[in-house]
Design a protein around this ligand. Sequence first.
Ligand code: HDD
Length: 718
Amino acid sequence: MGNQGNKVADLEQETKEVSSKARLTTDYGVKQTSADDWLKAVSQDKTGPMLLEDPFGREKIMRFDHERIPERVVHARGSGAFGKFRLLESAEDVTFAPVLTDTSRETPIFIRFSTVLGSRGSADTVRDVRGFAIKFYTEEGNWDIVGNDIPVFFIQDAIKFPDVIHAGKPEPHNEVPQAQSAHNNFWDFQFNHTEATHMFMWAMSDRAIPRSYRMMQGFGVNTFTMLNAKGERSFVKFVFTPELGVHSLVWDEALKLAGQDPDFHRKDLWEAIENGVYPKWKFGIQVIPEADEHKFDFDILDATKVWPEDILPVRYIGEFELNRNPDEFFTQVEQIAFCTSHIVPGIGFSDDPLLQGRNFSYFDTQLSRLGVNWQELPINRPVCPVMNFNRDGAMRHTISRGTVNYWPNRFEAVKPATVEEGGYVEYAEKIAGIKARARSVKFKEHFSQAQLFWNSMSPVEKNHITNALAFELDHCEDPVVYGRMVQRLADIDLGLAQTLADMVGGEAPKEATRPNHGRKAPGLSQTEYPGEKPTIKSRRIAILVADGYDPVAYKAAYGAISAALAIPLVIGPRRSKVTAAGGSSSVQPHHHLEGFRSTMVDAIFIPGGEESIKTLAKNGRALHWIREAFGHLKAIGATGEAVDLVNKAIALPEITVSDAGDVHKAYGVVTLRHVKPESFTDAVNIAKGAAGFMDNFFYAIAMHRNWDRELAGLHTQV
Ligand code: HDD
């Protein structure tokens, strides 16, 4: 496990095994003989009163009463995992931080992903920004990058943070809605803050409904600085790009999943790691030498702006993966605490006014959430030595031996480190200015990059943004709110504004408020990140069966799916045993059609088998599975008689298969009609072979969704 073991071994000291060898004790270590009865004055025929004397009973209830700590004021809902960071190329031209210069190192990390607006028990798949916070347990101390899956932010100055969050959270009078931006106050804020325009476009894009935490990009968002050994300073942004590509749910699916499986993302991450399919990201930096700070038409310290990749390409210098699930959620995922102010020598802050405010806020919030000694908690403590004269406070853990607790002292104990010893030295930046509540002039331009983003979207992405805005503004009842927002959209694109006026009401703007500059930039459209290579690794594929299914096609598919490290999920009309045609074999499905839904899988395969298909064709839920998956643009594969079932469920001329003998592909629906059960040659054909059914089906899955289906408007017709 390399250096990742540092942190794992460190946590091991505090970890207790819950095993059959252990015996029940109180918190003060006394063994208990009964776990089920409070101490009472009791006789054969009468259960008398409970005795307050019972220390075991009181301890248990008291501990329970105090189980909760305040949830995070934002990003309350999340999950995370352990992993490791590896540097592939030294960035010594930019920084002297060993974590970014020493390619022989492996640094343990923990990442917590989250939504922003919802409370701790809210659903994973809501439309929202996703948090992407990484703690690097470096040998020089903890380094936290507290980022998001979107590279920009709603506001430029930290003083506005309580406002943007209050406006997005449930409204104060009735605490509605939960984990949604689709309400009056959120959109009222957006209108009143032109600086939020760029960000709300990202939040309406598919980036805000990821398929998986494993399929999101991550961004440090703020501008940091780095210092190299020569003393030269640069401005830096962080970018992480997933090996599996950037992929999203479709909105209808996200809405349904919020009810059908609110833990969808949490389970997905857990499942992938348990199956050994470790999610991986490339770690990149964008760099601007200090001398070039003012060479751009935007302020590089403004967190509402991206650094366009055509002028500032991302340099990928490392990679990280997640490979270990937490042992316990509360002590690890809930108690982990990030601070943007946690940086290591070689890395520094910039004057980004959002970052500067964050540096105060995170430290402060940990005090109210976890108490003053929060950095001693196992998940938060560094793997390198910690020694200073910060002392005492609630729940102090460390026992410091010695007679002095101040500096300087007669023993020279705990002397500050020299630079050579790795002491942090602030960059000697010259600062001048007048005291004022203001931002520099370039911070005042708010629309150019919103247009850049819109222009850079693919036609499908533009559709999705339009539909997302239509959904959100439809949930705003106040005509002032949706009416004004429709006008605001004319600052970005006239056509978009007019479509929205038509969809949600409000006066249609007649002309664009400002001309569109027409520029595009690489890196903004998520279609640019399909994944490093087409793969179905870790994708969930449902296999629909009923009694009489074709065992050859079933086994060929099941085997091929497993071999490709994807997850076959057998779905039957019931969960008890389902028997194959001829009775030679059987399977116990993982789930039944009512218990599980098509939203929870990436694709569907249906093997033939006369009886099986007859049963499924009479089952409304089975037909709904196929139709819903089709509507959500998913790959559908069918062999033998199952082709008729697909024809019945999706009765569209563009899809319908007549009597084609070979593999037939239409809009991500892949079929092979002529398969004879029990024929070995056919099994090979299905799996690979000349007809290549599986290859074609897998390719359709690897493409994530069939966008042509949406462009042709077929997805809404079934
Ligand atoms: Fe924040 C949590 C990301 C602006 C104040 N934030 C939090 C988390 C993430 C972010 C990922 C969850 C960390 C975890 O998993 O524990 N926040 C961002 C990004 C921002 C941003 C990318 C813009 C660049 N945040 C921001 C501002 C402020 C805060 C401007 C306040 C001035 N954020 C907080 C917080 C939280 C937090 C209240 C809640 C829980 C916590 O810090 O630990 O302090």
